[in-house]
Each structure stands twice: as C-alpha cells, then as structure tokens.
Ligand binder design. Structure first.
Ligand code: NAP
Length: 270
C-alpha cells in the first residue's frame, strides 16, 4: 500500500460519521495522522471503534468531542492538536466539515433553527478557523464543506444555504489573505478552498430532525433530481477533499462541486 501522506497531519472538524469519517478513512489509508471531532460523545466513540476495527493503529488517529458552537470548546482544541500530533507539529490540512441543516419553508423557520444553523455552519466554521490558523503549517491547506445549494433556490433550505454561502465567501477572502504567509513575508501561504456536495449518501444526508422514512425519500428524490441519476457516496467527496488538501498545490479560493452535475446540467426526466 502506498502512503503518500505519511508524515502529514489532518484535523477534521465534524468527522464522526458521513463525509468527515470517510475523509478520515481515506487520509489514514494514505498515511496521514488524523484528529477528528464531533459534537456528541457517542458517535465519537463509535467512530474510534470503526477506525480501530478497520485496522488503523490507535497512534494514527484521535477522536474527540468538541462543539464548535462554543468558543471555549474551540480554544480547547489547541492543546488537543499538540497532544495528538506532537508538540510543535503543525496541521497540514484543516477540514471544516461540521454542518447543521433543517428542512423548513422560510415561513416556519424559528429563531432557534436560524441561530443553531448559523452558529454551527458559519460562526463555528469562522472561529474554529481563526483559532487554529496559527497552528496550520505554511504551505498547508484549509477546506470547508459548503453545498451545491449555495448556487440556487432550494425550497426548505433558505437558512442553511445562506449559512454555507457565507462560508464560501469567507473562504475566498481567507484565500486572498493567506496566499502569502505570514502577512506577505517570504514563504508559502495557506491554500483555502471549498468542496460543495450535492446529495450524499450519509446517515443523516446532512439534515436533522428527519425520520428514517424521510431520509429514504430524500435519497430517492436526490437520485431522481441529479443529472447523473444517483446520489454520491461519501468517499467521492473525500477524494475531492484530499485533492484540495494535498494535491491541488496551485489552487486557492476555488470551489469543487461534487454534485453529479446538479448545478449546471439539466436532464429530461427518465
Ligand atoms: N449529506 C449530504 O447530502 C450533504 C449535501 C451537501 C452538503 N453537506 C454538508 O457536508 C457536511 C457533512 O455532511 P454529512 O452528511 O456527512 O453530515 P453528518 O453525517 O451529519 O456529519 C456531520 C458531522 O458534523 C458534526 N457536527 C455537527 N454539529 C457540530 C458542532 N456544533 N460541533 C462539532 N461538530 C458538529 C457531527 O457530529 P454530531 O453527529 O455529534 O452532531 C458529525 O460529525 C455538512 O457540512 C453538510 O452540511 C452534506
């Protein structure tokens, strides 16, 4: 097995299932060390068990509970980076993937839904990045997960789409600010990009407060409405994250869509 990322480190915010966990698996397979986080304790434990059962040595990954809606919890990530990767070791890839979405028509959105969506997807993504920036290696990379829904009108996703569109905007500004590092002095910068999935086959499909039956319907609808006629597997998004994180060394401020053609293509119903 080739391990092109041996000696590299990756911190995955929101890595306990779905796209984040598949990205952890891919990066570990390629030899990186991974620190992954999640909001709830139980999926953190399950993710660690799954990675151990897949044969990854416990020295290669750490899974911890950390809620990015809390600034003290975000600051507590700093010592965890050092204890996981070794004192003085920087982060090669920060993958900010945590997300929260509730399907509600605009007329039904409550203050609580609005606040939690923006506190997770936008405020959390911003402050986790700001806090960890000094620990990212010059020449390293940041990847945010946004969504194809930032590009159009998706009924029921007004708040979610806006919260992710803001992240897309942050990423472009940050890419410009960090293109040279630090502050325009000599040395490589930090590349900043986003990956925007369409429908992805994860346990939650990126949504909360839905029943199992609704998830099944959502998957069917996703496959029918995607030009390629199916939804994505999470590893297809993980490969795009690895590309942006480690391979795309002259790409910054960009978006990679992993959406089966949803943004640009229109197909006739079968
Ligand atoms: N699946 C899709 O169809 C799809 C489509 C477009 C975009 N996306 C985006 O892709 C990303 C991953 O989606 P997914 O389907 O893989 O989701 P997922 O399986 O629900 O995983 C989300 C991860 O984020 C964590 N998280 C949520 N709130 C958090 C918080 N406040 N602090 C720290 N971690 C938190 C979750 O932990 P807990 O479970 O403990 O909360 C989990 O580890 C999300 O940003 C989502 O918006 C998904």
């Amino acid at each position: 097995m080739t391990t092109p990322y041996a000696g590299k480190t990756a911190l995955i915010i929101g890595g306990t299932h779905g796209i984040g966990l598949e990205t952890a698996r891919l990066l570990l397979t390629r030899g990186a060390k991974v620190l992954l986080t999640g909001r709830r304790a139980e999926p953190v434990t399950t993710a660690a068990h799954e990675l151990s059962a897949a044969g990854f040595p416990s020295s290669s990954f750490t899974a911890i509970q950390s809620d990015i809606t809390s600034l003290p919890a975000i600051r507590d990530l700093i010592p965890r980076v050092e204890s996981s990767f070794g004192a003085g070791t920087s982060i090669d890839l920060l993958f900010v993937n945590a997300g929260y979405a509730v399907f509600e028509p605009t007329t039904a959105v409550t203050e609580e839904i609005f606040d939690r969506t923006f506190n997770t997807n936008t405020r959390g993504a911003f402050f986790v990045t700001q806090t960890l920036l000094p620990y990212i290696r010059p020449g390293g990379a940041i990847v945010f997960t946004t969504s194809v829904s930032i590009h159009g009108g998706f009924p029921g996703l007004s708040v979610y789409s806006a919260s992710k569109a803001a992240v897309h905007s942050f990423a472009q500004t940050l890419a410009a600010e960090l293109a040279r590092y630090p502050d325009g002095k000599e040395g490589p910068g930090i590349r900043v990009n986003v990956v925007s999935p369409g429908y992805v086959d994860t346990p939650t499909m990126g949504t909360s407060r839905v029943t199992e039956e609704e998830i099944v319907e959502h998957k069917k609808y996703g496959a029918a409405s995607t030009p390629m006629g199916r939804i994505a597997q999470p590893e297809e998004v993980a490969r795009a994250v690895a590309f942006l994180g480690f391979e795309a060394t002259f790409t910054s401020g960009e978006e990679v869509l992993v959406d089966g053609g949803s943004r640009l293509l229109k197909t006739m119903p079968a």
